[in-house]
Design a protein around this ligand. Structure first.
Ligand SMILES: [Ca+2]
Length: 169
């Protein structure tokens, strides 16, 4: 999917009503064709991450940016899954480090727990992508409050509510 022509073709197919914009349900169906099944809320979060013009849908440029991110996550997953189709939790940790996130134990295990649907410690690709989308959104939101780049933010209750509502998947 790296080839821009191939991406354009894919986008045009997903954009079935030819508006130049892809909405969450269309994107959800398109990803499902590639065997990636996401709840609509995760797809909406993907769109929010790359919705540069803030219109709630993906134009081609935004779609390319999202695809680039998904490929990066997919590559890290593929390198570690050793043909089993899932990562164990140690491998998820390693994968997250490769993607630039080193969480402490409480944060890591809490996140894994909420994305490991059958609670077996085996994270499939779609679960891993959902997990990454969540952490990346949390990172982006955190950075928007951490204006002095101290790695620390102070939130009042309203801001806290705003944050949790924004990162909920
Ligand atoms: Ca948009």
């Amino acid at each position: 999917m790296e080839n821009i022509g191939v991406l354009r073709e894919w986008f045009d197919r997903v954009d079935s009503d030819h508006t130049g914009n892809v909405a969450a349900p269309q994107l959800q169906r398109a990803l499902a064709v590639g065997n990636l099944n996401f709840p609509l809320s995760v797809v909406q979060q993907m769109i929010r991450m790359y919705d540069f013009d803030r219109n709630g849908t993906m134009n081609f440029e935004e779609f390319v940016a999202l695809n680039k991110y998904l490929l990066k996550v997919q590559n890290v997953f593929s390198a570690l899954q050793r043909d089993r189709g899932f990562l164990n939790l140690d491998e998820v940790y390693e994968a997250l480090v490769k993607l630039g996130f080193s969480l402490d134990s409480p944060a890591f295990y809490t996140v894994c727990e909420s994305f490991d649907k059958n609670k077996m410690g085996m994270i499939r690709l779609d679960e891993f992508i959902s997990l990454c989308i969540f952490i990346q959104s949390a990172r982006n939101l955190f950075n928007s409050f951490d204006t002095s780049k101290q790695g620390r933010v102070t939130l009042d209750f309203n801001q806290f509510v705003y944050c949790t509502a924004n990162c909920r998947i």
